[in-house]
Design a protein around this ligand. Structure first.
Ligand code: PLP
Length: 368
């Protein structure tokens, strides 16, 4: 599904030199490399950037920074990675699910609005697989109902949001806070864990930085309850190099996606990932839909093609979230997606031969 070693070999000298600098300096926590990486990512994102331990922490810090009360409701999607809802539950907030659009897999603004109650405080769209949710609609909803918007941009770093008037902004910088992850397989991946928060609000940036650092701005002066969540200097050294290649990485993914689009159009009952005019697609995943998903996956496996099901079950049907009181049939689009989606290999090192083998194998399956 990914070729992280092949990707490393192409930038080995730069990465090794950057890591050596950190080792030589022995500043392994905070300090130069982390600040440098934050500054470079801030230039890229055109927002403030606060690095932290991982994407899950970024989400938790975001909701701590909003200062919500226990029982406050946050509307999000059940068709996502668990972290999105998990942090809400951990903080005593109530995850309220609304269903997604079947074509782009993202939270539906119309269904999100229908889920608003007097206890709703925030909207948490996830830009799944690398394409942004319809942020202008969420911002309008938020304005109308006095809600915060936090973006889960763990999968969409490198994508642009495109406004109705044609203006563009980096994904994750429209809401009050955006959260991302540098998990190794993400579009900008570290050699371990890492994450970051984005905000264009200077006061919010100060609060976030304090929360991520034990609730202190001045050392040993705790102004709020915080946590310990930081990006290692070695990870920052790696990410700082990879950031310089991020646009190439996104372009390589888009090129592979274009191949898949071209060669899988009209094959069997396949539905290809739909593109939306309000976002570029960074293709964290290339995700098909077919009624013969399980058989297709077995066939691919027999022929040496890896594939993955993201995600095999919607969050509302997991044991841990039964307490929320949802049941089967509550979010039919998400439930149907969990039975029909299949993600093909998607990374920066796919060559023409591999792509051809993958699409030929998919086509052969549907010839039966
Ligand atoms: C990866 C991911 C996260 C969590 O990131 P970690 O760095 O693994 O903690 C959160 N939300 C989504 C949608 C993700 O894909």
């Amino acid at each position: 599904m990914a070729d992280l070693y092949g990707q490393y070999l192409k930038i080995k000298e730069e990465v090794d030199a950057s890591m050596q600098e950190v080792i030589r300096s022995t500043v392994f926590i905070k300090g130069g490399k982390v600040t440098e990486f934050e500054r470079h990512l801030a230039d890229y994102q055109q927002s403030e950037v606060i690095a932290c331990g991982n994407g899950t922490d970024a989400l938790q810090i975001a909701f701590m920074a909003l200062g919500l009360e226990p029982g406050d409701e946050v509307i999000t999607t059940p068709f996502t990675f668990v972290a999105t809802a998990e942090v809400l539950a951990l903080l005593g907030l109530k995850p309220v699910f609304a269903d997604v659009d079947p074509g782009d897999f993202n939270l539906s603004p119309v269904l999100a609005e229908a889920a608003i109650t007097p206890r709703t405080r925030a909207l948490l769209p996830v830009h799944l697989f690398g394409q942004s949710a319809h942020m202008e609609e969420f911002m309008t909803l938020a304005g109308k109902h006095g809600l915060h918007v936090v973006e889960d941009a763990a999968q969409s770093l490198g994508a642009d949001y495109i406004f109705n008037n044609g203006e563009r902004r980096q994904s994750g910088t429209l809401g009050i806070i955006g959260c991302t992850s540098f998990f190794p397989s993400k579009t900008l991946g570290a050699f371990g864990d890492g994450g970051a928060l984005f905000t264009c609000d200077a006061d919010m940036a100060v609060r976030i930085r304090s929360i991520a650092n034990h609730g202190q701005r001045v050392r040993y002066h705790y102004e709020r309850i915080g946590m310990n969540s930081r990006l290692d200097s070695l990870q920052a050294a790696i990410l700082d190099v990879k950031l310089r290649h991020l646009d190439e990485y996104v372009a390589a993914r888009q090129k592979a996606a274009a191949w898949y689009d071209h060669h899988l159009q009209g094959v069997g009952d396949l539905l290809l990932p739909e593109r939306r005019p309000w976002s570029t697609h960074s293709f964290h995943q290339y995700t098909l839909r077919t009624s013969r998903r399980d058989d297709l996956q077995s066939f691919l496996k027999e022929h040496g093609v890896p594939s993955m099901v993201y995600y095999p079950r919607p969050l509302h049907l997991h044991e841990a979230y039964h307490y929320l009181g949802y049941g089967p049939g509550d979010f039919p689009v998400s439930e149907n997606l969990t039975r029909t989606v299949l993600s093909l290999p998607m990374h920066t090192e796919l060559d023409a031969q591999q792509l051809e083998y993958i699409t030929d194998t998919v086509k052969r399956f549907f010839e039966f």
